[in-house]
Design a protein around this ligand. Structure first.
Ligand SMILES: C[S@@+](CC[C@H](N)C(=O)[O-])C[C@H]1O[C@@H](n2cnc3c(N)ncnc32)[C@H](O)[C@@H]1O
Length: 196
């Protein structure tokens, strides 16, 4: 399956991305990730590596997946030990039986072309017994999420945002079982899920 190649917006802003967006949202999910140093972690939509910075040393090995080569290039310069993967969430290039203990997508899912296909792919490559995923997204029904949705619409980024309820429905359709959902701040929430 071929999706829009590549997301030109991120190709173009990649040199400015770290300057424009400075916070580290992953700090807010470190506890939830329960890393012991033995986990294989996949970040989908890793971009420049902003959201992996605080957890890279806590995992056994990290895969950084993104369809934007210029974004991924920056991530790899910062984290040369991570495994770069130039690909889309909707078509993960991992064979059957190749599993990840943790899969995260931070500020990324709303950019995917097909969120259900992406979640189905997460379900496919998630370790069956103790593996889980964490999706961090903006809630469009809250002020911050509504603002980000409006900005991205203005820039014609083609984003699709989901409320926590809609996100649960999407996960269920992908055969993922929700473990927990919680707000990280006034407009950002996480959804933790595992295989059924
Ligand atoms: C706002 S950035 C977030 C990057 C990083 N997670 C962070 O928090 O800084 C969104 C990223 O999603 C990537 N992306 C867009 N479409 C995607 C898709 N279909 N599959 C995976 N990643 C995608 C973009 O290339 C971009 O790097």
């Amino acid at each position: 399956m071929v999706y829009r190649i590549p997301k030109r917006f991120f190709d173009l802003i990649s040199p400015l991305y770290d300057f424009l967006i400075r916070d580290d949202p992953t700090k807010k999910i470190i506890d939830a990730l329960k890393l012991t140093g033995r986990e294989r972690v996949l970040e989908i939509g890793a971009g420049t590596g902003r959201s992996i910075a605080s957890i890279i040393s806590l995992a056994q090995r990290v895969w950084l997946l993104d369809p934007s080569q210029p974004m991924l290039q920056q991530a790899i310069q910062k984290f040369p030990n991570a495994q770069p993967v130039l690909a889309y969430a909707e078509n993960l290039p991992f064979e059957e039986g190749f599993y990840f203990d943790r899969i995260i997508a931070v500020d990324s899912l709303h950019h995917w072309d097909n969120q259900l296909e992406g979640l189905k792919e997460i379900e496919r490559v998630l370790e069956p017994t103790h593996g889980f995923s964490i999706i961090v997204e903006f809630d469009p029904s809250r002020i911050l999420g509504h603002y980000i949705k409006s900005m991205e619409k203005f820039f014609r980024m083609g984003s699709t945002f989901f409320t926590p309820v809609e996100m649960r429905t999407l996960h269920r359709k992908a055969n993922l079982h929700i473990i927990r959902q919680a707000y990280l701040d006034e407009g950002t929430y996480l959804t933790m899920a595992k295989k059924k």
